[in-house]
Write a protein that binds this ligand. Sequence first.
Ligand SMILES: Nc1ncnc2c1ncn2[C@@H]1O[C@H](COP(=O)(O)OP(=O)(O)OP(=O)(O)O)[C@@H](O)[C@H]1O
Ligand code: SF4
Ligand SMILES: [Mg+2]
Length: 455
Amino acid sequence: MPADKPNDASIPMLSVRDLTTHFPVGGGLLSRLTGKRRVVYALDGVSFDIMPGQTLAVIGESGSGKSTLGRTLLRLQEPTSGTIHFEGRNITRVGREELRQLRRRMQMIFQNPYSSVNRRFRLVDIISEPMFVHGIGDSASRRQRALELLELVGLNPDFAYRYPHEVSGGQLQRVGVARALATNPSFVVADEPTASLDVSVRAQVMNLLKDLKAELGLTMMFISHDLGVVSYIADQIAVMYLGRIVEIGTKEQLERAPQHPYTQALFKSVPKPNPRLRGKEAPPVGEVPSAINRPSGCHYHPRCPLAMDICRRMYPVLETKVGGQKAACHAMPAASAPASVAPTIKALRRARQGGPSQAGQRGVTAPRPVGRWEKDRHASDVDLRRRRRARRARAGSGAAGAHRRGGAGAALLHLRQRPVALPVAASERARRPHRARVPRRRRRRRRRGVRAHPR
Ligand SMILES: Nc1ncnc2c1ncn2[C@@H]1O[C@H](COP(=O)(O)OP(=O)(O)OP(=O)(O)O)[C@@H](O)[C@H]1O
Ligand code: SF4
Ligand SMILES: [Mg+2]
């Protein structure tokens, strides 16, 4: 089924500029009398484009503003300021009737399936409802299409006449997917569509969304906590923190070399299937601050291992970094900045170690020295491997060193890092002189020629 309107590949399907959504809260008597109403900064100056057929994944901790962004794009939530262009047209302030027409092409899969359906409707009616609202087909054709969609999302047609309380959460989530696709939309916001599904159903729904993307040229904004799922479906990834995008780029750019310390921490928090790396997960430390009283400057500074003085005073600009993606961080050099100007990570590390650094020259204070554990905690996997290799080389060189410390496993590890080395045969290993662990006192005695037990 083609989408209703052919897409021009050169025009972004969705273009968002400086989008802001604030929620005034605490309308009590005291706050009214004092004139101090507090504001939740759910979304603050968000800008990005999504090209036709692309999927932008939005990740971030709970309360970072992902759902608010999705709802605001579809005008389910009115923005405080900023603009939203859909297929080249400004839809930020369009009227009710125009909005109704637009919603036929913009749909949402909601985060909570139970709160997004009418519990007095049967599943077939829930799926048919958007077609009814937009005047698509007659009653019989709508029912037929609803049954087809049920089958498309992997549900038996027998489910059609059940009520929401008669199905499981995962099954209801699939009904939510079917309902979002009922009007043949060209843009779908999927707000954690797989959060309540078990692993096998999750794979089915993900494959379904991927197929629809390929077949219908569906453009998507995919909100998720699950970085594995994001990696499967996304073309671009945006990382949100306290209502702002702190890093945005292609999936490859972010997975290869995340620039923002928060993105690095998110990627590092993913459990590692490799047993060697298990236990090395390093999720962001501390709690997400309140969206009402956000920390000054860079909102991430209370949790950031690289925080500097400037971070407390000034919010960093979201600019293109050396990896090609955009990130908002003072510590990461901009792609356009000469290496001598930007306070680089290397300079910061040098500052920490007390050596001469550009960071120091630029008024960057040298924070407390960092121990090996802490260094490793924030290092990338590549850095970790490099450090371990260096430590191993210091402790003893070559495969023999690896052999001494860890036997075959360590020797293999060493071989993987140095493909030129030849495998160590078991027979040869057996012939090698084994360095016995002799206590230091006995070694000294041996050197002096003193017998431990004189005859
Ligand atoms: N209607 C509202 N009134 C006041 N505050 C709100 C409202 N909706 C959301 N918020 C606040 O806005 C912030 C962002 O909420 P949002 O639901 O967008 O987060 P989220 O990133 O989707 O979180 P989660 O991953 O838990 O779904 C939160 O601090 C939330 O408390
Ligand atoms: S701007 Fe400063 S506090 Fe914010 S992420 Fe970068 S280094 Fe950390
Ligand atoms: Mg949410």
